[in-house]
Design a protein around this ligand. Structure first.
Ligand code: AHR
Length: 670
């Protein structure tokens, strides 16, 4: 948890004004448990979240497998792209030969993801696979270059790597950067000019990755995830689970084993939006399922992988009967097998086929997978909408039957599609109950009006059906305001009081999307923004973090005139919820004032007597459209303070004047 600045709150004393909102919190009545999984993270490789983002590899197209083999590279001199390399699933490599004159150069230069960025005094691990196909020895000069410099030498760091022999071998070298450079490049010269040299899987990582792992994650970004205290970690998406067609769906089996042999996949976000087009956006799968599980373990999160149900993206393929576009109902065996094998990969013994793969990757102990999502935003069709029938749920049933038969303890997660209401949601929600999934995944990217008017969304949910996973949600500003700004984040905080109050039915909630590269985004708002050197946490990030850190263990009843505080009529834009934390003995009250006026509050802590000091945490700001930035990352952050609690006539009394447009958490020991 970050360090907050400390302020003191002025209490308004016992003389309560007429318009004071009286909130009752019954501290004696412990309600539903708040699940440890309640607040989590949703990871998808969108906005360069994986390659070019969390995954710390700095070389783009390291295996020359992009459809244009040299995309991301400048090649010069005598070179040839060949396709009989040492890695079966990544067969391309580059042959570097004599340039024809001792003054000429043969070589390659990689532009990285929006540049190769290095930090002063940081060390980088360069590696490649190479050989001298005709025998002998050669030398590669590897340098970090600044091509735009006015200085004498473009190279600001360099190292020689000696290559020897006809066999493919892995070579590594460390390069220390003497300066911070945002837009550098990686240059490789064939320095032993006459000896032909083949190069493959050319890689550059910072040595200082998250937990120092070689195939590692960017430390600052992984730390930001850790600091969110995610109870659950959903991966790998999102729409990339489905793919724009079956070939481009996320195939977890391709994402495990040695990185050199993980085949490239398209990334649908490279072309999903013509107005945000990134032709060099692919998935190397360097951050694959093993690394996801490992991160879950690092963060103490339950893993929640989601797999393809055999349907490609239904938005992009509206006719579910089109041959070859979706897997037919009677051809799902290999998809179902993928699901069963995934469970074996995560949990199986080391002598099982997939447990062995996990063990060989360095994790003989099981990952203890408990949840599995089948399908992302899928749906069925009624007569008014295509009449194709139970396209998704018929497939889900087949998965469910097979998974339940072999792994009865795995909790299955279905989906109610891309919408939080409407014909498709209404059709799917009862079917989730019929199919007896454990949870279903709801998505809502909605505007301010929706968030203000849906405070009671979960209060009326069927308590006998499956539990809810609010798997993707965010407030998207109306009127061309679809980007991060303070007010929409505040409304997310308001909405989450309803999630918390209904913790008996909502077991997981993950804001989406998680990451965005400043120079490569397709979708906003997002929780964490970064460039190649820096990052900042959005206000939405802080909202999620505040809920996760203050989630408590049990809901406490909280009402205003007997009603839930959910922005209802007469509640002046207030939203509130309360929990008790059995481990700390604290009553935790969350209040969000969405109105543009300060609101006097009188919170009656029933079941508590006498005076106390309460800790308060406040997220407030007076510019609706403002947001943190790379240059000013802490413009809007939670501030810690304290307030006095009075004895009150019947129970302890917390009096406050909550400022306009403010999210405030009160924590008091019982
Ligand atoms: O979060 C971005 C996208 O929104 C996800 O990929 C998809 O599931 C949803 O439509």
């Amino acid at each position: 948890m970050r360090k907050f600045a400390t302020i003191s709150l002025l209490t308004i004393g016992l003389s309560v004004a007429a318009q004071t909102h009286v909130i009752d919190v019954n501290t004696k009545k412990l309600g539903a448990p708040v699940q440890p999984t309640m607040y989590g993270i949703f990871f998808e490789d969108i906005n360069y979240a994986a390659d070019g983002g969390l995954y710390a590899e700095m070389v783009k197209n390291r295996s020359f497998e992009f459809p244009q083999s040299l995309m991301g590279w400048r090649a010069y001199g005598n070179f040839e792209v060949r396709s009989d390399g040492p890695f079966e699933r990544n067969p391309h490599y580059v042959r570097l030969g004599y340039a024809g004159h001792s003054d000429k150069f043969t070589g390659l230069e990689n532009e990285g993801f929006f540049g190769i960025a290095t930090k002063k005094d940081a060390t980088y691990r360069f590696s490649l696979w190479a050989r001298c196909p005709e025998g002998g020895k050669s030398t590669l000069e590897v340098s970090l270059v600044d091509n735009d410099t006015m200085g004498e030498d473009q190279r600001f760091a360099r190292v020689n790597v000696n290559i020897e022999g006809k066999e493919w071998k892995k070579y590594t070298a460390e390069i220390k950067s003497p300066r911070t450079e945002a837009k550098g490049a990686l240059r490789i010269f064939l320095a032993g000019k006459k000896v032909t040299t083949d190069v493959e899987h050319i890689s550059l990582f910072p040595v200082d990755t998250w937990k120092g792992r070689e195939n590692g994650m960017r430390k600052d970004l992984a730390q930001a995830l850790y600091d969110m205290h995610p109870g659950v970690f959903r991966f790998p998406g999102g729409c990339i689970v489905e793919g724009v067609n079956l070939e481009s769906r996320y195939q977890w089996k391709n994402s495990v084993g040695p990185v050199e042999n993980r085949p490239l996949n398209e990334n649908r976000w490279h072309y999903t939006f013509g107005h945000r087009f990134y032709p060099d956006y692919f998935q190397s799968y360097g951050l694959g399922f093993f690394e996801f599980f490992q991160l879950c373990e690092d963060f103490g999160s339950e893993a929640l992988p989601v797999i393809s149900c055999g349907l490609s993206c239904q938005f992009q393929n509206p006719d579910p009967t089109e041959p070859g576009v979706h897997a037919a109902l009677d051809s799902l065996d290999s998809y179902i097998q993928d699901a069963l094998d995934l469970i074996e990969f995560a949990n199986g013994p080391v002598d099982s086929q997939w447990g062995k793969v996990r063990a060989e990757m360095g994790h003989p102990e099981p990952f203890n997978l408990k949840y599995l999502g089948v399908g992302n935003e899928q749906w069925d069709y009624d007569e008014q909408h295509g009449g194709f029938g139970p396209v998704f749920t018929a497939r889900l049933k087949k998965f469910s039957d097979a998974i339940r038969a072999k792994y009865p303890n795995i909790k299955l997660i279905g989906t109610t599609g891309p919408n939080s209401e409407g014909w498709d949601f209404d059709l799917l929600q009862p079917r989730m109950k019929e199919l007896k999934v454990d949870l279903y995944d709801e998505h809502y990217y909605r505007n301010e009006k929706w968030f203000l008017s849906h405070g009671l969304r979960y209060d009326s949910y069927d308590r006998k059906g499956p539990r809810v996973f609010a798997g993707e949600f965010a407030c998207h500003g109306a009127n061309n305001h679809k980007w991060n700004h303070y007010y929409t984040s505040l409304l997310e905080a308001a909405h989450m009081t309803g999630i918390e109050r209904n913790a008996d039915i909502v077991h997981m909630a993950t804001y989406a999307p998680l990451f965005a590269h400043i120079e490569g985004w397709q979708w906003r708002p997002d929780a964490i923004w970064f460039d190649n050197l820096r990052m900042f946490k959005s206000v939405s990030y802080y909202v999620q973090q505040l809920y996760a850190v203050n989630k408590g263990t049990n809901v406490l009843p909280l009402t205003m005139q007997g009603k839930p505080v959910a922005g209802q009529e007469g509640q002046d834009g207030l939203f509130a919820s309360s929990v008790f934390d059995k481990t700390t003995g604290e009553v935790i009250i969350k209040v969000v004032n969405t109105s543009d006026k300060a609101q006097p509050l009188s919170i009656q802590l029933q079941g508590m007597k006498g005076t106390r000091t309460a800790q308060i945490i406040t997220l407030t700001h007076d510019g609706d459209d403002d947001e943190n930035t790379l240059d000013n990352p802490e413009k809007i952050i939670p501030i810690e303070g304290s307030c006095q609690i009075d004895a009150g006539k019947k129970s302890s009394l917390l009096l406050d004047d909550i400022p306009a447009k403010t999210f405030r958490i009160y924590k008091v020991k019982k």
